[in-house]
Design a protein around this ligand. Structure first.
Ligand code: MG
Ligand code: MG
Length: 248
C-alpha cells in the first residue's frame, strides 16, 4: 500500500530529511585522501545522534555500518571499514536518519581531491538525471514518468542504468511502497498523489549497467569494474510539484 502522509507525519519526515541533508553537509569537509570509511561512518553517526535522530541503516536487514560508503566501482551498500580514500576516488555516501519514527534517505557521490574527466562526467550527469526524474513529480503523474526521465538522460550521455536497485516510498519504514525504478514508461506505474513521500535515486555507471554482489554479501559493484555514481533525495509529492526534504 502506498501511504498518504498526514500533516503530523510530514512534519517528522521534514525534520528527518533535514537531518540527513545536514549530515551530508557536515561530512563533506572530511572527504579527503587518507580518511577511512569507518571514520566517516563514525562522524556521520555522532552527528545524527547529536540531532536527536538515529541512523536508519544501522542494523537494517543486518547492515553493520551507520551509513553506506561505496568507492569507485562500488555502486551501493559498501560497508565502512579500514579502507582509506585516495586522491582520484569517487565516494558515494548513502545516509538515512530516523526522527520520531520517520525517515529521511539521501545518497550523494563526491570527488576525492582531483578526479579524472570521465569521473567528473559521470558525477555531473548522474546528478542531473536525479533532477530530471524529480521534475516529473506532481500529483497526477506516474512513477514510470520518473524512471523514463532518468533513463532518457542516462541514454543521452551513454551511461548504464542499474536496474536491480530502485528508489522507494519513505515513511515510518525507510523502504516502503512503491518501487521507484530508474527506468520506465510515461503514464505507467502507480499514480502519484499529494502527500506521498518518495526516494528517487539514480545509480548510473560509466560502463555496463550490470552489477554483481561481493562475497561480503552487501557491496554491489559494476560487472566491468568501471565507476558508478549515486544521487538520491527524499521528496514530498505536492499538487503542483514536489519538495525536497533532504536538501543539503
Ligand atoms: Mg539511500
Ligand atoms: Mg533509498
Amino acid at each position: 500500500m502506498i501511504t498518504i502522509k498526514t500533516p503530523e507525519e510530514i512534519e517528522a519526515l521534514k525534520v528527518a530529511g533535514d537531518i540527513v541533508g545536514q549530515t551530508h553537509h557536515y561530512l563533506e569537509k572530511y572527504i579527503k585522501p587518507g580518511i577511512t570509511t569507518k571514520e566517516l561512518d563514525e562522524l556521520a553517526e555522532e552527528f545524527i545522534l547529536s540531532k536527536g535522530a538515529t541512523p536508519s541503516f544501522k542494523g537494517l536487514y543486518g547492515f553493520p555500518g551507520s551509513v553506506c560508503i561505496s568507492i569507485n566501482e562500488e555502486v551501493v551498500h559498501g560497508i565502512p571499514g579500514t579502507r582509506k580514500l585516495q586522491e582520484g576516488d569517487i565516494v558515494s555516501i548513502d545516509i538515512g536518519a530516523c526522527y520520531n519514527g520517520y525517515h529521511g534517505d539521501s545518497a550523494w557521490s563526491y570527488p576525492v581531491g582531483k578526479i579524472s574527466p570521465e569521473k567528473e562526467y559521470l558525477l555531473r550527469h548522474t546528478e542531473e538525471s536525479l533532477f530530471k526524474g524529480l521534475e516529473m513529480i506532481k500529483e497526477g503523474a506516474h512513477v514510470g514518468d520518473i524512471g523514463y526521465a532518468v533513463s532518457n538522460h542516462a541514454k543521452k550521455y551513454q551511461l548504464g542504468v542499474v536496474k536491480e536497485l530502485v528508489g522507494h516510498g519513505v515513511g515510518s519504514s525507510v523502504h516502503e511502497e512503491p518501487d521507484v525504478p530508474n527506468y520506465g514508461k510515461m503514464n505507467k506505474g502507480p499514480l502519484l498523489k499529494a502527500g506521498m513521500v518518495l526516494a528517487v535515486e539514480p545509480m548510473l555507471n560509466l560502463g555496463t549497467p550490470h552489477v554483481l554482489m561481493l562475497e561480503d554479501e552487501w557491496t554491489i559493484i559494476t560487472e566491468d569494474e568501471k565507476p558508478s555514481a549515486h544521487f538520491e533525495h527524499t521528496v514530498l509529492v505536492e499538487k503542483d510539484g514536489y519538495t525536497i526534504l533532504t536538501k543539503r
